[in-house]
Design a protein around this ligand. Structure first.
Ligand SMILES: C[S@@+](CC[C@H](N)C(=O)[O-])C[C@H]1O[C@@H](n2cnc3c(N)ncnc32)[C@H](O)[C@@H]1O
Length: 274
């Protein structure tokens, strides 16, 4: 993979959560915060898993979801695929120091790595939207691989950010380009950031460049860019059907509220059709 989107993902995530940057206490507090943030996602998923399930997660980041599912006894085994080495190392160390030898984290590209058979598949926090940006049709490739890894009726949980308010504004601009300023909370060393958004209407790929301005020095950072496919309820349902999934339920949050087009969150739960 050599696309700009892939290079930008590596820039954004490589080195994130480098273990050497934490003291013992900081690491314990950081992990506790991650578990607190993950609790709603874990509960939602655990309620829908079959007992003794083996889970496969693509874009597993720091491992928080599989680790929380394993420590709660909701999965018998788990494998996470994650492209950023530092995040894989963080997750491996977390699992090892928690005596969770049933979860494994591999440094791998979800687009090219063969998937092990699993009972359930997971892809959360908007990760799925990256795959089409990295490689045209990449989202469909990942969904088809996940479907093949699952047994008939095996569950997939996808969490997507459809950004309906950005989409509405972008559709009103002539060229699909928008600049938005955001002010950060007083405890943040950076005071403002500028979001420069461009939506390619054919591919539905959104390019988002963020530039930060420092609170005291006025320094302007080097900015960072991410590229993601903007999905909504109908387009994700179509992508799931094309990859072999059915029985799709769409939720608007992790409490299980039915999805509405204005929701900033879209959780799709689908079943592999045998
Ligand atoms: C928004 S983060 C979410 C991480 C994790 N799912 C969570 O919820 O904490 C997206 C993650 O996907 C990873 N990622 C992006 N492209 C990937 C790819 N092609 N293969 C594997 N991981 C990828 C990134 O490195 C990043 O850690």
């Amino acid at each position: 993979m050599a696309s700009t989107a892939h290079a930008d993902i590596l820039t954004a995530y490589d080195g994130v959560e480098e273990l050497s940057s934490f003291s013992t206490q900081e690491l314990a507090e950081y992990r506790a915060g991650l578990l607190e943030r993950t609790a709603g996602q874990t509960t939602f998923i655990a309620e829908r898993l079959r007992p003794g399930a083996a889970a496969l997660e693509v874009g597993s980041g720091n491992g928080r979801l599989l680790i929380d599912l394993a420590r709660r006894g909701a999965i018998a085994r788990g494998v996470g695929l994650e492209v950023a080495e530092s995040r894989v190392a963080f997750a491996q160390e977390w699992a090892a120091s928690s005596d969770l030898d049933t979860v494994r984290f591999l440094c791998a590209d979800a687009l090219t790595q063969p998937y092990e058979p699993a009972g359930a598949a997971l892809c959360i926090t908007g990760t799925f939207a990256y795959f089409d940006a990295i490689q045209p049709g990449g989202g469909g490739t990942v969904l088809a691989k996940l479907c093949q890894a699952l047994p008939p009726a095996g569950m997939l949980v996808l969490e997507i950010y459809p950004h309906p308010s950005w989409r509405r504004l972008l559709e009103e601009t002539g060229d699909g380009t928008l600049r938005l300023w955001h002010e950060l909370p007083p405890e943040d060393p950076w005071r403002f950031y500028l979001s420069e958004l461009h939506l390619d209407r054919d591919s539905q790929i959104l390019t988002h460049r963020k530039t930060f301005i420092h609170r005291t020095s006025g320094e302007i950072d080097d900015s960072r860019c991410e590229h993601l496919r903007l999905y909504d309820g109908p387009s994700v349902t179509t992508a799931l059907a094309e990859a072999g999934f059915g029985d799709v339920d769409l939720f608007g949050d992790w409490t299980g509220k039915p999805h509405e087009p204005s929701d900033e969150l879209l959780i799709a739960v689908a079943r592999a059709q045998g």
